[in-house]
Design a protein around this ligand. Structure first.
Ligand code: CTP
Ligand code: CA
Length: 226
């Protein structure tokens, strides 16, 4: 009933959503990851589909059930996520990057389980590709929406990401605030737009926030089409 009642304002739009954490292997049994649940990205994919968009969801490991009618690509590492995103890209009008991509991966992956023979252990890490920054560098006519998870100087840090990654909109949240960020059902977000506008949102459910993000995507797409 809800699906039938939702106006199909994103009909014909091809939207790529990334969600969840990435997982970087240390050895056959261990990995580095983060607390992302995938809730925000899955909510965006679901709401975009309800509005009639053609949705591809590139997701890191998450135990959530992907929304019906959405094309799902499962990945583990940041490098796999980058390859999956680049592979879909030619067909995409809007990218919404809700994934919590691991910034670093172990420089080498041990082929065998690491034994606890040493008193202390160092794992050397190297930087992962910044998927969103790469998209921003070759943006074309696409709309790019990023997230910024911060614990301090929210507006300044998120504003820097908006510029550095050439985004149209960054959804900034202070993950140290109660009711925001990882693995909870609510979020407290600020929207920063490329024209300098800032919009402060009240605490709301991730499903509802997904809807507000997509309202803005509709507007941005309308502006781009003229
Ligand atoms: N992102 C990405 N690829 C990465 C890291 C981040 O595509 N290797 C994207 C995230 O999906 C998010 C945005 O960039 O949409 C911002 O992520 P965030 O972790 O807040 O910022 P970083 O640029 O990684 O900077 P830092 O973690 O140092 O604050
Ligand atoms: Ca990061």
């Amino acid at each position: 009933a809800v699906a039938a009642l939702t106006p199909k304002r994103l009909a014909g739009e091809r939207i790529l959503v990334t969600a969840g954490p990435t997982l970087e292997e240390i050895d056959p049994v261990r990995y580095i990851s983060n607390h992302s649940s995938g809730k925000m990205g899955y909510a965006i994919a679901r709401q975009a589909r309800l509005r009639g968009a053609e949705v591809t969801l590139v997701t890191g490991p998450s135990c959530l059930t992907p929304p019906l009618g959405v094309e799902v690509v499962r990945v583990q590492s940041a490098q796999e996520m980058r390859d999956a995103v680049q592979g879909c890209l030619p067909r995409i009008d809007v990218v919404i990057k809700a994934a919590a991509v691991a910034d670093y991966r172990p420089k080498t992956r041990a082929g065998e389980k690491v034994k606890k023979s040493q008193e202390s252990l160092c794992i050397e890490l190297e930087k992962n590709p910044d998927i969103l920054a790469e998209l921003g560098a070759h943006k074309g006519e696409r709309i790019l929406v990023g997230f910024a998870a911060e614990t301090q100087d929210l507006v300044r840090n998120a504003g820097a990401k908006l510029k550095a990654k050439n985004l149209d909109l960054v959804v900034a949240n202070d993950v140290s605030q109660e009711g925001a960020g990882f693995n909870v059902d609510t979020n407290i977000a600020k929207f920063l737009f490329s024209d300098g506008r800032i919009e402060e949102l009240p605490m709301m459910g991730k499903e509802e926030l997904a809807g507000v993000i997509l309202d803005n995507v509709e507007t941005l797409r309308g502006e781009k089409r003229g």
